[in-house]
Design a protein around this ligand. Structure first.
Ligand SMILES: O=P(O)(O)OC[C@H]1O[C@H](O[C@H]2O[C@H](CO)[C@@H](O)[C@H](O)[C@H]2O)[C@H](O)[C@@H](O)[C@@H]1O
Length: 385
């Protein structure tokens, strides 16, 4: 098979840009905006061959700006007094942003009032949501308290984790058998077999989970497996001279981390990824938190994964179901959008800084996520008395 050819299934694009005017947020309120590269919205994309690589490519096409704004600044770096004023300003900005995206903790009664007589389903991202962001992706461990909170939630509500990591890796990190898992930004989903999924998912197959239980396995980017593997190996080779760079193979996508790379070398790492994409027109770039991600150009994302899982759980097209999706990253916006568009449920953005989002509510950090999950369990417990 020619891994580099452009004979592809329907292709799409990055998450649709968020309509700032609808959100009514002035851009000065948004220090942390995650812009991806822009893509055509047509169903089939013709990608022209580009001229040989120059470092100028990544500077002129907005990649570097997106890389710089891809994760909130760390407060611990800000020490001197002169910046304290700026910090106060940041707090004011956050408070005014929260008028639009209220804390899910402060709005807990409102959420549970709406959830009365409804079946809640919980969807969560992993990094930055259930585990704090740390320098080394291999050390992004979930606390035991958080694990208990997720376990308890799953006793009352169907619960799924949808991560950018490989499904095996996120299962290894979370370690709970009672949940559903989707890896590679939803391109690798293992869901319950209890409900047969519709013909919309023709390639869904029956498989077995780690415990040997029969499950639905849906991998819409299956044909890309060898391509991603090849790209992963090339990226490892091409970035090995860049101190701090790390490449991960997530099976259906590859991540190139630059969190630990000196900023002066960001153009070089960006150029490595840029060059790969020129050779593989069936792959595209998305920006995560200090990570460049290479993934198939297929019309699939975390929002579609939520829809698939709802169907697999027998919870789609029902008025008595309230899906809640919690996430911190730009890839989670697809899921927030799906829930917001059909008035189907609530997105909760985890962010300590104001940010453009399609979510309804906000939480500051994984600690607040844990409090929210524990509150849901207490509420359900009380209601059952
Ligand atoms: O969808 P997610 O579960 O949030 O996964 C998104 C990416 O998470 C990981 O990277 C991020 O977290 C790391 C650990 O805290 C951090 O070092 C890195 O800078 C973040 O981008 C994971 O390593 C990526 O492959 C995932 O795509």
């Amino acid at each position: 098979m020619d891994l580099k050819s452009n004979h592809c299934s329907p292709v799409l694009t990055d998450p649709a840009p968020i309509n700032k005017s609808r959100l009514g947020i002035h851009s000065s309120l948004l220090p942390y905006s995650q812009q991806g590269a822009s893509f055509s919205s047509s169903k089939y994309v013709t990608i022209p061959r580009k001229k040989p690589a120059k470092l100028d490519d990544v500077r002129s096409n907005g990649w570097l700006d997106a890389m710089k704004s891809s994760s909130p600044p760390r407060k611990k770096l800000i020490k001197d007094l002169s910046v304290e004023v700026a910090l106060d300003d940041a707090d004011i900005a956050y408070s005014s942003w929260m008028l639009k995206y209220p804390s899910a903790l402060n709005s807990f009664d409102q959420i549970t009032n709406y959830a009365k007589n409804k079946k809640i389903a919980i969807f969560s991202d992993y990094d930055g949501t259930l585990s704090p962001i740390v320098d080394d992706p291999d050390r992004a461990l979930m606390s035991n308290d958080m694990r208990s909170a997720v376990r308890n939630v799953s006793k009352f509500f169907p619960t799924a984790i949808i991560s950018g990591r490989s499904r095996d890796k996120v299962y290894e990190l979370v370690g709970l058998t009672e949940l559903c898992y989707a890896g590679s930004h939803g391109m690798d989903i293992m869901g319950p077999l209890s409900h047969t999924v519709s013909d919309d998912y023709p390639n869904c197959i029956k498989s077995n989970d780690q415990q040997g239980k029969e499950v639905n396995l849906f991998q819409p980017a299956r044909e890309f497996l060898p391509m991603i593997d090849e790209v992963f190996r090339t990226l490892v080779e091409n970035t090995k001279g860049i101190k701090g760079a790390k490449v991960e193979n997530h099976k259906f996508c590859a991540s190139v981390h630059y969190r630990n790379v000196d900023e002066k070398n960001w153009p070089t790492i960006a150029q490595c990824v840029h060059d790969i994409l020129k050779d593989y027109p069936r792959l595209r770039l998305t920006h995560g938190r200090k990570v460049l991600e290479v993934r198939p150009v297929i019309d699939w994302n975390k929002g579609k994964a939520v829809e698939f899982l709802l169907e697999s759980l027998g919870l789609s097209n029902r008025n008595d179901v309230l899906p809640i999706y919690i996430g911190d990253d730009s890839s989670d916006e697809d899921a927030f959008k799906v829930l917001r568009e059909g008035n189907r449920g609530y997105g909760i953005l985890v962010s300590s800084v104001p940010k453009e989002t399609n979510a309804f509510y906000s939480l500051r950090n994984p600690d607040e996520v844990m409090k929210f999950l524990n509150s849901l369990v207490t509420w359900k417990h009380e209601a059952a008395k």
